[in-house]
Ligand binder design. Structure first.
Ligand code: NAP
Length: 304
C-alpha cells in the first residue's frame, strides 16, 4: 500500500480505470471520489466504484493523494473546489492531456503545505464516463510525471511508485516539452482524424452511404479516434494552442510536398517517404507499444 487514502475528482474513464487498477494492486487503503455530474455520481455508486461524496471538499478530506481527473478546461475550478478540504502534507496531482495550461490554472489554488505534482498517463480510449474504466488501461503504457524544482523527492517517488503499481512505465518531463511531444504524438493526429471524418461526412451526402459501406481499415481507425470525447478534445486544443499550431504548420508543409509529388509524378519521393514512415511503425512495435498483428489484431467483423 502506497497511500492510506486517495481521492479522485471527476469520475470518468481515467478516474475509474485508476480505481480498478489501484484495487487490483492494493495501492490505497481507501478510495474516495466526487464528480460534478449527479448522473456520474449515481453511476459510480451503482457500480461500487469507490466512496462517492456530494462535494469535492468533502471527498478530499484526509486524503494523502488527490488526483484531478476532469477535462483540462475544468482543472482550475476543480482545484478551487478541493482547496478547503485538503490536509497539510497532501499531494495533488492530475491526469490532464496538457501540462503548462493545467499548471497555470491549478497552482494558484494549492494551499501552503500541499504540493501539486502534475502527471499524464498516455493511455485512453474513445469512451467516457464511470463505466468506461478498466484495470488494465495503464498496463505497459507510459505515465509522464512533471515535477517542479520545489517538488519533494519523497512525494515524487511515491507518485511514481503509484503509477508503476497501476501498471505504467514512468518518465519525468518538463511541462513545455511534454506539450510539444504530445502535440506531435496525440493532439495533431486527433485533429487530422476529426478533419478526415468531417470530409468523408461531407462526401457521404454526395455518395449516399458508400463511405460507411466500403469503409476500409484506415478510415475506420480515423472514425474511432474522431469519436473521442468532444469536451476533452476541445479543451486540449484550446489549452495546447502554440504547440499544436506549430506542428500543424509543419504538417501542412509536408502535405503540400506530398501533394506536389503526386501532381508531378515523383514516385521516388513518395516511395522514400513511405519507407521512412514504415520504419517508425517498426520502432513502435519493437518498443512494445503496439502489436504487429494485421489490422491491429482485430477480429474481422462477424468473426470472433
Ligand atoms: P470523462 O470520462 O469525460 O470524465 C470526466 C468527468 O469529470 C465527467 O464526469 C465530468 O462531468 C466531470 N467533471 C467536469 N468538470 C468537473 C469538475 N469541475 N469537478 C468534478 N467533476 C467534473 O473524461 P476522461 O476521459 O476520464 O478524461 C479526464 C482527464 O484525463 C482529462 O483532463 C483528459 O485530458 C485526461 N486524459 C484523457 C485520456 C483519454 O483518452 N480519455 C487519456 C489521458 C488523459 P460532465 O460530463 O458532467 O462534465
Amino acid at each position: 500500500m502506497i497511500y492510506n487514502r486517495i481521492a479522485l475528482i471527476g469520475l470518468g474513464l481515467i478516474a475509474s480505470s485508476i480505481v480498478w487498477a489501484a484495487k487490483r494492486g492494493a495501492l490505497a487503503g481507501e478510495i474516495r471520489g466526487f464528480d460534478a455530474s449527479p448522473e456520474a455520481r449515481e453511476t459510480a455508486r451503482r457500480i461500487g466504484l469507490c466512496d462517492v461524496f456530494d462535494s469535492a471538499a468533502e471527498a478530499v478530506e484526509g486524503a494523502d493523494l488527490v488526483i484531478l481527473c476532469v477535462p483540462v478546461g475544468a482543472m482550475g475550478q476543480a482545484a478551487e473546489a478541493i482547496a478547503p478540504g485538503l490536509k497539510p502534507g497532501a499531494v495533488v496531482s492530475d491526469v490532464g492531456s496538457v501540462k503548462r495550461a493545467v499548471i497555470e490554472a491549478v497552482t494558484p489554488h494549492i494551499p501552503k503545505g500541499v504540493q501539486f505534482i502534475p502527471a499524464h498517463p498516455l493511455a485512453g480510449t474513445e469512451h467516457s464516463g464511470p463505466e468506461a474504466g478498466f484495470a488494465a488501461l495503464f498496463d505497459n503504457r507510459w505515465c509522464l510525471v512533471v515535477p517542479s524544482p520545489e517538488s519533494d523527492a519523497a512525494n515524487v517517488a511515491d507518485l511514481r511508485a503509484f503509477w508503476e503499481g497501476l501498471g505504467a512505465h514512468v518518465d519525468e518531463m518538463d511541462a513545455d516539452h511534454h506539450d510539444l511531444v504530445l502535440a506531435v504524438t496525440s493532439h495533431t493526429p486527433h485533429l487530422i482524424a476529426y478533419t478526415m471524418v468531417g470530409v468523408a461526412d461531407d462526401l457521404r451526402r454526395v455518395t449516399d452511404s458508400e463511405v460507411i459501406k466500403y469503409s476500409a481499415a484506415g478510415f475506420r481507425d480515423f472514425t474511432r479516434i474522431a469519436a473521442s470525447d468532444p469536451t476533452m478534445w476541445r479543451d486540449v486544443f484550446l489549452s495546447n494552442k502554440d504547440a499544436t499550431l506549430e506542428i500543424l504548420g509543419r504538417f501542412t508543409e509536408e502535405l503540400f510536398a506530398l501533394q506536389r509529388a503526386i501532381r508531378t509524378g515523383d514516385g521516388q519521393l513518395l516511395h522514400d517517404y513511405f519507407t521512412r514512415t514504415r520504419a517508425i511503425r517498426r520502432g513502435i512495435i519493437d518498443a512494445g507499444q503496439d502489436t504487429s498483428a494485421p489490422d491491429f489484431g482485430r477480429a474481422p467483423v462477424g468473426r470472433k
